[in-house]
Write a protein that binds this ligand. Structure first.
Ligand code: CMC
Length: 428
């Protein structure tokens, strides 16, 4: 393969560098094209635009492959803990025993959040959406830890900010849950591992530790690992974009949480369960809802279906579907929406509309059924996605800063009015 691509514009030909990644992905570097030719490239929604070179996550949407730092998602979901994967994503390698113990120890020293932050919870209406609370609370950590505002911190200080965020996020998430119930918060128990501590704060009571079912801990670890990174998706690109202005980590991650909230992205997990409930309450006629999803005059979409990058299957969805049956049977739960989900999938996968458009169940299709079985209310699902995605966002933010990437600032093609003389209001 040649190391340049030629672009002919009128009489002139421009040679553009070709960039090839370690997994043979190919790109044409157009960064100098405007200076050379006056042209920009146009790609609404960045459907075919690489925004960065990254060493963190690889995915091949045609083959259904997903790897973190070279390790397959199937192997990590089966064999690793979420905290190991967190270390892997952020620091680049799987930790040794000593590194992992030290990492967990550092995290355990910062799990408390400032007592003044509790006052925020009094201010939020009791029914306010957990994602709105989460992005506000994460951003407000910057007020409590102003040293994070330094755009050029030492490595140690930057790492401390990362550790603090990893440590405080489960505490904040569990307190949001407690607030929604009107229950007293549960403080962190540093003798517990990351995931068990989170579950204890979420489902435990103030005075005693609960016995945490290992099925629940394993399921939670797996779900968090499956959500931990997904290269340059909408929320991660947002984190990198905001961080590229040298904005602090807390504010950058808060922006990512906002981006994740939408129903086309992480908000889909909540939307899926609401859709399945609606179908069930409507009599369970899946054919009718498939017809609605195909009708271009109907805004209804099959939530949890389709993906910008996966055009064969979403490997995360395959793992989650398998776990779903397993976890529900281990917990002795029979959720009627699981049957509806399976029927919907079967009908959709044999329908030409979905086959032609390569629409398959994505990570959000079955995850909500598991979250529900574990005891989480529907409006907490996207918050759990955010908890899982946190190490990925941090790793991507850190990589972007370490690579000294320039501020993100796309171009546009202006299509508005050209010169118009101002007309005084009396004459308009
Ligand atoms: N139901 C019905 N039709 C669909 C769906 C769907 N879920 N998804 C895509 N289509 C159709 C769409 O109408 C279009 O048809 P046509 O070519 O006739 O106009 C075609 O498929 C291509 O869709 P698109 O919207 O151009 O594709 P996109 O890459 O811009 O969007 C998506 C990807 C995930 C936003 C979209 O598939 C979708 O809205 N899915 C439902 C929401 C969802 O489950 N989101 C979670 C994504 S996975 C978690 C994450 O990482 O965010």
């Amino acid at each position: 393969m040649s190391d340049t691509a030629s672009l002919k514009l009128g009489e002139k030909t421009y040679d553009l560098p070709v960039v090839i990644g370690t997994e043979e992905e190919k790109a044409i570097d157009i960064s100098k094209l405007r200076d050379q030719s006056g042209f920009v490239t146009l790609d609404s929604g960045y459907k075919n635009t690489g925004a960065t070179k990254s060493k963190i996550t690889f995915l091949d949407g045609e083959k259904g492959v997903l790897k973190y730092r070279g390790y397959s998602i199937e192997e990590l979901a089966e064999k690793a803990s979420f905290i190991e994967v967190t270390y892997l994503l952020i620091y680049g390698n799987l930790p040794t025993r000593e590194q992992l113990d030290d990492f967990q120890f550092q995290i355990s020293r910062h799990t408390l959040v400032h007592e003044d932050m509790k006052k925020f919870f009094d201010g939020f209406p009791s029914k306010s959406h957990p994602m709105g609370q989460l992005c506000s609370l994460v951003c407000s950590l910057s007020a409590f830890y102003p040293e994070s505002l330094d755009p050029h911190p030492s490595k140690e200080d930057q790492n401390l900010t990362i550790i603090k965020l990893l440590a405080k996020m489960p505490t904040i998430v569990s307190w949001i849950h407690k607030k929604s119930l009107g229950h007293p918060i549960v403080y962190p128990q540093n003798k517990l591992d990351y995931v068990s501590n989170f579950l204890n704060m979420t489902f435990g009571q103030r005075t005693e530790d609960i016995e945490i079912d290992s099925v629940v801990v394993d399921a939670m670890n797996k779900l968090l690992i499956l959500h931990a990174d997904h290269e340059q998706n909408c929320s991660t690109s947002t984190v990198r974009m905001v961080g590229s202005s040298e904005c602090n980590l807390y504010a950058s991650i808060s922006a990512g949480i906002s981006a994740l909230w939408g129903p086309l992205h992480g908000g889909a997990n909540q939307a899926v369960i609401e859709m399945l409930e609606k179908i069930r309450n409507d009599g369970g006629d899946t054919q009718k809802w498939i017809a609605k999803a195909k009708d271009k005059n109907d805004p209804f979409r099959l939530m949890g279906f389709g993906h910008r990058v996966y055009k064969n299957f979403d490997p995360r969805a395959s793992i989650i579907k398998k776990s779903c049956d397993d976890i529900l049977s281990k917990l002795g739960i029979n959720d009627p929406v699981l049957e509806i989900a399976k029927q919907l999938e079967e009908v959709a996968l044999s329908d030409p509309y979905f086959i032609e458009r390569k629409l398959y169940p994505n990570v959000d299709f079955y995850s909500g059924i598991i979250y529900r079985a574990l005891g989480f209310p529907t409006d907490m699902f996207t918050v759990l996605f955010a908890l899982g995605r946190l190490p990925g966002w941090i790793a991507q933010w850190k990589e972007m800063r370490e690579n000294k990437e320039p501020i993100g600032r796309p171009r546009q093609i202006y299509t508005g009015e050209t010169n118009r003389p101002f007309v005084a209001i009396a004459n308009r």
